[in-house]
Design a binder for this molecule. Structure first.
Ligand SMILES: Cc1cc2nc3c(=O)[nH]c(=O)nc-3n(C[C@H](O)[C@H](O)[C@H](O)COP(=O)(O)O)c2cc1C
Length: 370
């Protein structure tokens, strides 16, 4: 067993390993979480919730709190804007079936930041401290915070942020190695993460788990994250899109590109979990499209099938296209076989950039509370 396969304790919650699926707005729903868990994820999260939407008991937000019986460990994440609202949301979430609660101090989306939530808190250290303090007092469940290196690259304050958060008694910190103005494009700054982790450990008032996040696309980048930052665990984000095998790869310590047969099996299973959760209707088919387009990367000549998948209007139609596609190739053809692109293949250069999706439609009901 390698380092990432070792169990990990976050407060009272035990994880079977150290590879975590990040909260991903618009992506980390029950079907995707189940697939990632089956392929090894030691902890998964519900996508970020707005404390305002929680306060309003917004139906869509409450629907996102559902947990499948397969999910043995599950976290939830909430964001600002005020200490009052976060305290209120954490009190509410404390009574829901979650094993750990995270505060988002990193979201760069314009509407989220304009409301004072997400990474806006990095510019207001006193409000940040008060928010974490009130959240800590509102729950005895494991509490964590996920934050960026700073709001502006020119003003990195990760050391101070990490100290303030750790001093309030959180059980875990996740450091995403970019500033708010870097959004998702700039290569992750591992030294910046190391600084955050070091400051969090030095200021911690109880055992604290430190997690590194950013640009992890396989075993090599996970090892590099661990080596440079000395993190206790890694959190996977875009590296898992269309590639849940990343968890297996990091746990096995070697590439885990599936054969066509293994690939089809997982994609079909994802679709069946999807159908179980959303039903078989047009909206359900539309919701799977982005996943299917991510999945078909890495096998040859997928343009035509990609176009058909992106217009599919039923799950059965998508299944037919996938079967048709897979049948044109040997069952033992390996994904990315012969590819020289290595780990950068899941990087940010793809035409479909999920962060745009997040900007458009996943502001999670933030805004002003009127
Ligand atoms: C589509 C999408 C949705 C995201 N949603 C969330 C979220 O709900 N909560 C959060 O803390 N981070 C969210 N993030 C940020 C990621 O968790 C992660 O911090 C960031 O993508 C950097 O990691 P990466 O370089 O491995 O992708 C999101 C990112 C993307 C691309």
């Amino acid at each position: 067993m390698n380092f990432f396969g070792k169990p990990l304790q976050i407060g009272t919650t035990s994880l079977r390993n150290r590879v975590i699926l990040a909260p991903l707005a618009g992506v980390s729903d029950i079907p995707f979480r189940r697939i990632c868990r089956e392929l090894g994820a030691g902890l998964t999260y519900v996508e970020m919730l707005s404390s305002i939407a929680v306060y309003r008991r917004n139906k869509r937000t409450l629907d996102m709190l559902a947990r499948h019986s397969d999910e043995d460990v599950l976290g939830v994440q909430v964001t600002g804007p005020t200490p009052d609202l976060v305290e209120n949301a954490v009190e509410f979430l404390d009574r829901q079936p979650f094993d750990t609660i995270d505060i988002n101090i990193g979201c760069p989306v314009r509407k989220v930041v304009a409301s004072g939530s997400g990474s806006a808190m990095l510019r207001d250290p006193d409000r940040l401290t008060e928010t974490v303090r009130r959240a800590r007092n509102a729950t005895s469940k494991p509490l964590s915070a996920k934050f960026r290196l700073g709001f502006f690259r020119k003003h990195i304050n990760v050391g101070d942020t990490a100290e303030r958060i750790a001093r309030e008694g959180v059980d875990m910190v996740t450091v995403h190695g970019r500033s708010r103005d870097e959004k998702y494009d700039t290569p992750v700054d591992l030294k910046g993460i190391q600084t955050g982790i070091q400051h969090a450990r030095e200021s911690a008032v109880r055992p604290i788990v430190a997690v590194g996040n950013g640009d992890i696309t396989g075993i090599r980048s996970a090892l590099r994250m661990r080596e440079i930052t000395s993190c206790d665990a890694v959190m996977i984000s875009r590296g898992a899109l269309g590639n849940p095998w990343i968890f297996k790869e990091i746990l096995d310590g070697q590439p885990a590109d599936p054969t066509m047969e293994e690939w089809l099996d997982v994609v079909m299973r994802h679709l069946s979990y999807h159908e179980e959760h959303y039903g078989d209707n047009q909206l359900s088919a539309v919701l799977t499209r982005k996943h299917l387009l991510w999945y078909i990367k890495g096998f040859p000549c997928n343009k035509d099938h990609g176009a058909r998948l992106s217009h599919s209007s039923s799950l059965d139609e998508s299944r037919g296209i996938l079967r048709d596609y897979a049948s044109a190739w040997p069952r033992d053809l390996r994904r990315f076989e012969g590819s020289l692109i290595s780990e950068s293949r899941f990087g940010t250069s793809s035409k479909y950039d999920p962060k745009n999706d997040m900007d458009r439609s996943h502001d999670r009901g933030v805004g002003t509370l009127t």
